[in-house]
Design a protein around this ligand. Structure first.
Ligand code: NAD
Length: 356
């Protein structure tokens, strides 16, 4: 099969980790007989330098025309003094919006070999940890009505949390579909003891759950959810939650793994289209040093194969290659332990490719 991928290399370590990801994708293509075509497009700081805009129209058009988007990372000190809506990071919001990416998937996985990197005690994560946070990405308080008004206590500012039934339905379906491919357990996190929007959320999630009799649904308040994630994270399989709660909880979940350089993410639209990117940023402090861990980007490409292209075996091949890399004792700089000589970004890409 042939697949067309729009690729945003981005800034800082973005191009470095993408280069290694392409090596691995090509190795997958060779082994399984697929052809991946890469259309390199501009977004972020590089796009500002070249075109004056962080998200040129051509990039949006190319992304829409592709089967999926792969993105490195954008941003850096060079553009930090620009006004908010002209900064490189605005390109991410623009892409999410124009591509209709309403579901953000962030797996938080602790590979056994990296258990030491987790800030949690070994007995809490013993036997591995494998959670996916499904965050609603285009609704809720970040996109609700906002403004200022005069009150007898002075100026007040407000941001409205609002969810429609259909917004909850579609994100709930993503979570339940995902649970069907995993351990068949969804935990919906809300604040239904206080918020009307959460009560609606809970009602609709229960309605969708009825279509998935094989999946167990638990509801949890967000304050408890934040606590349970560090107390007993192994109780979770798929977490589904709103934009703002997901923003916070997915960062918390990722820190449990202890290694930001290993964490992939996917943002999905209707009909399997998706944008895939590492969780980390452009890491300007290590750009150009060969110290960037390309694994988060490589695993993001694995998610692309699984969720957009429906290539489960090929996605397994990527995850297994990463696991074999770690089992062989190979380490990048961010996860190196005493006594190991870390591999550079490019050596890591070569090694993982050879293990495909
Ligand atoms: P960051 O994720 O870039 O870096 C945080 C720390 O983690 C740094 O010490 C960095 O060296 C390290 N790190 C990150 N990725 C790594 C990797 N693959 N291998 C090894 N070490 C890695 O976050 P930041 O420093 O807060 O942000 C830097 C820039 O990236 C900012 O301009 C920010 O706005 C931008 N950013 C972009 C995205 C994105 O493109 N999706 C996300 C977050 C931040």
């Amino acid at each position: 099969m042939e697949y067309n991928i729009a690729v945003v290399r981005g800034d800082g370590i973005g191009p470095e980790v993408i280069q290694e990801t392409i090596k691995v994708l090509d190795a997958v293509g060779n082994r399984f007989g697929h052809k991946f075509n890469y259309n390199y497009v501009l977004a972020g700081g590089e796009a500002i330098d070249v075109t004056g805009r962080c998200l040129p129209d051509e990039t949006v058009a190319a992304a829409k025309a592709a089967d999926a988007v792969l993105l490195g990372a954008v941003g850096g000190p060079k553009w930090d003094t620009l006004p908010g809506d002209e900064r490189p990071e605005r390109a991410l919001l623009g892409l999410r919006k124009s591509l209709g990416l309403f579901a953000n998937l962030r797996p938080a996985m602790v590979f056994d070999e990296l258990a030491d990197a987790s800030p949690l005690k070994p007995e809490i994560i013993d036997g591995g940890l494998d959670i996916v946070v499904v965050r609603e990405l285009t609704g809720g308080i970040y996109f609700g009505e906002k403004g200022f008004k005069d009150t007898n206590m002075g100026l007040a500012a407000y941001d409205v949390e609002q969810y429609s039934e259909e917004e909850v339905r579609r994100i709930a379906r993503v979570a339940f579909d995902m649970a069907m491919k995993r351990n068949r357990h969804v935990t919906s996190i809300d604040k239904a003891n206080v918020l009307e929007s959460s009560r609606l959320w809970r009602r609709i999630v229960a309605e969708i759950a009825a279509d998935y009799p094989d999946v167990t649904l638990d509801n949890m308040y967000v304050d408890n959810g934040a606590m349970q994630l560090v107390r007993n994270p192994k109780q979770f399989d798929v977490i589904v939650t709103s934009n703002i709660f997901g923003d916070i909880l997915s960062d918390e979940a990722s820190q449990i793994t202890g290694s930001i350089g290993m964490l992939p993410s996917a943002s999905l639209a209707d009909g399997n289209f998706g944008m895939y990117e590492p969780v980390h940023g452009s890491a300007p402090d290590i750009a150009g040093t060969g110290k960037a861990n390309p694994m988060a980007a490589i695993l993001s490409a694995g998610m692309m194969l699984r969720y957009t292209f429906g290539l489960g075996e090929e996605a397994d091949a990527i995850e297994n290659a990463v696991r074999a890399f770690l089992e062989a004792g190979c380490r990048t700089f961010d996860i190196a332990v005493d006594g190991t000589v870390p591999l550079t970004t490019s050596e890591t890409g070569d090694k993982v490719s050879s293990l495909i």
